[in-house]
Design a protein around this ligand. Structure first.
Ligand code: NAD
Length: 327
């Protein structure tokens, strides 16, 4: 299957470009000849993610909080709005920042796109479905979200961002798209960001017990980052308004994921069951019919391959860290 992605952009602004997904997007855009300005305040991102990109003549990093404004003067024809804390550990630590980034930050990113006549794509999330009462979730499902629960700062910021994006398109004619990303994993995740894959990989490589929450029967669908990036750029190039789900429909229980990581990392770690966080969704699985039919997109990387690449990257990172701290 071929994906309908034919890049025609001269210059893209990627907010959150120093983060996990954003930095892979920057790399993919540069690889296809698009100049990239990354706007990132490093609140949850890492300078290491863009260290190599800073050597590229087509790449610029602007250190700014998008909630305060986006100081980019260059003409741009694509704005990918990916700035936002994304892991529960981060948005619970940064609740107001998360809400301001999803509201004021989204407004500034939309205004930048509108002023330039550029295409705008909002990184939304499967969290807009909350603890879903239908499985799998398609884009017509309105969700089941607790508006005052601990996760609400993220879920509601993203829901507000979707509403604002829709209002901008309706009232100002801004060319907008919304991608709802489901759990994405891969190299450049932070081992302590609290998400299942980096947590399990870090623990397995350190020989520590893998901490599975609850009874481990809750499921997630895990999409390798290269697949996610291909889906986002396909939605950007297509011009669809969305929202469109981008995720891997293959569901896996957290217990099976922990067992698989132990095997692939060749680890002796045990599994330890710990308390499940409040409002942790029991199920999460995308219906990707829309992405498949409109964009010709579907994930290509099998979990075993994606997890192997992720484990290899974490191993290499740990070795670099060890070399750095050696006298
Ligand atoms: P990440 O934390 O690695 O990256 C987010 C980046 O945004 C970081 O570099 C951070 O420094 C930056 N940022 C945060 N607030 C900012 C602000 N106010 N101004 C400027 N920069 C700011 O997270 P990620 O996993 O790469 O997620 C990227 C985007 O994709 C987020 O919008 C997230 O909601 C969305 N998303 C991710 C996933 C996933 O599984 N990774 C799933 C659904 C949605």
């Amino acid at each position: 299957m071929t994906t309908a992605f034919s890049p025609t952009w001269q210059h893209a602004v990627v907010t959150g470009g120093a983060g996990f997904v954003g930095s892979h997007l920057c790399t993919a855009l540069l690889d296809t000849g698009t100049e990239v300005t990354c706007v990132d305040d490093l609140s949850t991102g890492r300078a290491e993610n863009i260290a190599a990109l800073l050597e590229h003549p087509g790449f610029t990093w602007v250190e700014a909080n998008v909630a305060e404004g986006i100081p980019v003067d260059l003409p741009t024809d694509l704005v990918l709005h990916f700035a936002s804390p994304a892991s529960p550990a981060d948005y619970l630590r940064l609740p107001l920042h998360t809400m301001e980034t999803g509201s004021l930050g989204t407004r500034h990113a939309l205004e930048l796109a509108h002023a330039n006549g550029a295409r705008f794509v909002l990184a939304s999330t499967s969290e807009v479905y909350g603890d879903p009462q239908q499985n799998p979730q398609d884009e017509r499902y309105w969700g089941h979200v607790n508006p005052v629960g601990p996760r609400s700062v993220y879920d509601e910021a993203k829901r507000f961002g979707e509403a604002l994006t829709t209002a901008h398109a309706d009232t100002k004619g801004t060319d907008t798209g919304i991608v709802r990303l489901f759990n994405t994993y891969g190299p450049r995740m932070r081992g302590h960001d609290g998400r299942a894959v980096p947590t399990f990989v870090r623990q397995a490589l350190a020989g520590e017990p893998l901490t599975v929450t609850g009874d481990g029967r809750q499921t997630r669908s895990l999409c390798y980052v290269d697949d996610t990036v291909r889906g986002v750029l396909a939605a950007a190039a297509h011009g669809m308004r969305g929202p469109v789900n981008i995720g891997n429909p293959g569901e896996i229980t957290m217990l099976d994921l922990a067992r698989l990581v132990i095997i692939l990392a060749d680890s002796d770690s045990e599994i330890r069951f710990v308390e499940r966080p409040t409002d942790d969704p029991a199920l999460r699985c995308p219906d990707i019919t829309l992405a498949h039919d409109k964009l010709g997109w579907e994930p290509r990387v099998a979990p075993v391959d994606g997890l192997r690449r992720t484990i290899d990257w974490f191993r290499a990172e740990a070795a670099t860290g060890t070399r750095r701290t050696m006298p």
